[in-house]
Write a protein that binds this ligand. Sequence first.
Ligand code: SF4
Ligand code: SF4
Length: 293
Amino acid sequence: MTLCMENSGRGHLIKNHPCFSENAHGVYGRIHLPVSPACNIGCRFCSRSFNKTEQRPGVSRVLLSPAEAVEKVRLAIELCPEISVAGIAGPGESLATDDALDTLEAVHKEFPHLIKCLSTNGLLLSEKAERIARSGVQTVSVTVNSIDPDVQKNIVSQVIYKGKVLQGREGAEKLISSQIEGIKKIIELGITVKLNTVLIPGINENSIEEVAELASALDVFMMNVIPLIPQHEMSGMRPPDCGEINSAREKVERHIQVFRQCRQCRADACGIPGKSEFSSQLYDEPLNTFSHG
Ligand code: SF4
Ligand code: SF4
């Protein structure tokens, strides 16, 4: 596998990012660097955890420092040369602390050929936009579950902004307005954006098309509709069935391209999504994984 060394431009992303291109999915890999310890909102479905076994977002074996993360990238590309993306997706929120951007900046210096990617809830996207661009980040996924505050307040229990705890409709309004402002700003800065939307039966199925319309108007690149994994306050709820997921994706597709291959990976995933997984070698037995000969 030869990675294209010219890593700028949307053409490169479309060819080489496994989660911004269905053609690249199954061919190229990513490493998720679990460096983000905290969050600034409270999604009612979120339960962060440290273990080796659960296959879902928000779960990692460990929390890495930025320096440790750079070393994990070095090992990861030896284990899996198909890795084209160094991304941060948890276990907490990428922008709630400086850890994610410090990490991506350091990874960018050492591995400029890799695409740098982060996932965020968008609350601090606008105010951190310039730093994100300066850190070498080219792709950002923003989770937008509804742009209707009366729906969003049923998904997010609280929003912590500048030391104030905002609840109910007030918190929902703040989150939505920050997300929209942040998405506009990072797109203006040349970053390619995907929206992730968690489909929650009985809560936001009627909001999804409105999110897609807005995404298209903002020049978002694609949308990823992912099924609820019932946890935390939503542990008694059911995930959507295949018919509901397909119907939501069809509605989205009227407005914007849909990514259908998301595996809802762990925060410490490493390898080609759906094809290879090297995180146990990377974390559980790092001394036995390879030899410099
Ligand atoms: S933004 Fe992410 S980490 Fe924060 S509560 Fe929501 S799902 Fe969990
Ligand atoms: S969670 Fe989905 S979008 Fe993210 S790396 Fe895994 S497959 Fe790709």
